[in-house]
Design a protein around this ligand. Structure first.
Ligand code: COI
Length: 355
């Protein structure tokens, strides 16, 4: 239970909702009428404010722009069968947000600011939640350092915000993936497990190279030996080999502990598939493909939900899959959608009502 939080509300005088073309909502390009903003100054979180979505005025010397103390989360809200807004597993994202904050030497955000602030904001802008297949209200909490200082040290001051974006699918079709064996995303001891803005910036060069060659994303290999698969673009990754689903394990701290990943593990187990979280080598994947036991490959993420992978390009080869014939990933995707839309019972308590 989060305690009632005193939030100063300034309503927008005019809603922009009628400008939104509900039949064409690209991912992350439109923002709702309001946003939450809270400053951390002199060691204290200040008055949370919900106000009309607007630009920020920031100093050119602001620390985050120079040294990258910036973290974020991605969460989604849906409406249930009766039109009530509900958020998918936001507490898990809250915990992960503060794990990222700690790793980046930033202040932890109190639970009431994060959770109650998000609920009040989503409730206020509930009319913006798309009620359409593969659509949702994408919630983006983020925090960055705001000291005006060119010296390199952790900032004393920070800004925490939540903005909301009504969104269609992030990846709309089965994906072609380039297995990246040259560049790396993370290494043990680094920040791979944190949702740090810089992780995404650092991934862009290799991703752009793959795109030039017609691939949608890259599958990262481990930073030490380039032997074990890690994550795929903005997603965790699953391989079904024989009657076992395998996803890379978290203990090296190099991949993101995905909330969708956790949910998919649960749903796969409920579908009576064995699930293993363990190091998985590219050799094992290629061998399983050649033996005909590699059945399904897919990515999971908040933005991506569950994205089927129809091709893996590696070692001068193209491993291709007939995704139309798959059994598990499409069924799990449908089940997750049904839980979110309230079409089937939420047995795990994943959906948080907004009130
Ligand atoms: C998410 O899945 O929520 C992400 O953060 C990925 C991305 C859009 C950066």
């Amino acid at each position: 239970m989060t305690a009632a939080l005193d939030i100063l509300l300034t309503r927008s005088l005019h809603s922009r909702l009628s400008d939104l073309d509900l039949d064409n909502i690209p991912f992350g390009k439109h923002y709702t009428d309001h946003m939450l903003e809270v400053d951390f100054l002199d060691g204290q979180w200040r008055q949370p404010v919900i106000k009309p979505y607007q630009h920020l005025s920031l100093a050119p010397s602001m620390a985050a722009l120079h040294y990258g103390q910036a973290i974020f989360e991605g969460i989604k809200a849906y409406v249930d069968a009766d039109g009530n807004p509900r958020i998918f597993r936001p507490l898990d994202n809250f915990y992960r947000f503060n794990i990222s904050a700690e790793r980046m030497q930033m202040p932890v955000v109190p639970e009431d600011i994060f959770m109650e602030g998000m609920k009040q904001l989503v409730s206020l802008d509930r009319a913006w939640i798309p009620n359409k297949k593969d659509h949702s209200l994408y919630i983006r909490p983020f925090m960055f350092s705001t000291d005006e200082l060119i010296g390199v040290r952790p900032s004393d001051n920070y800004k925490f915000l939540i903005i909301l974006s009504p969104s269609g699918p992030y990846y709309s079709a089965p994906m072609r993936i380039h297995v990246e064996e040259q560049y790396i995303r993370a290494a043990p001891g680094g920040v791979g497990y944190a949702k740090a803005a810089g992780n995404y910036g650092a991934a862009m060069y290799a991703t752009a190279q793959a795109r030039k060659h017609g691939y949608d994303q890259v599958l990262w290999m481990d930073g030490l030996e380039r032997k074990y698969v890690q994550e795929c673009g903005t997603m965790n990754v699953f391989f079904i080999i024989g009657d076992t689903a395998i996803t890379p394990s978290l203990e090296q701290g190099t991949i993101l502990n995905g909330v969708t990943r956790q949910s998919v593990i649960t749903l796969l187990q409920e579908a009576h598939l064995r699930v293993e979280e363990r190091p998985l080598s590219l050799d094992e994947i290629v061998e399983a493909y050649d033996q005909g036991t590699l059945k399904e490959v897919f990515g999971t993420g908040t933005a991506a939900t569950i994205s089927l992978i129809k091709e893996l390009a590696c070692r001068e080869r193209e491993l291709t899959f007939e995704v139309e014939k798959w059994q598990y990933a499409p069924a799990i995707k449908q089940k997750l959608m049904d839980i979110r839309a309230g079409r089937i019972p939420d047995l795990h308590g994943w959906m948080m009502p907004v009130g």
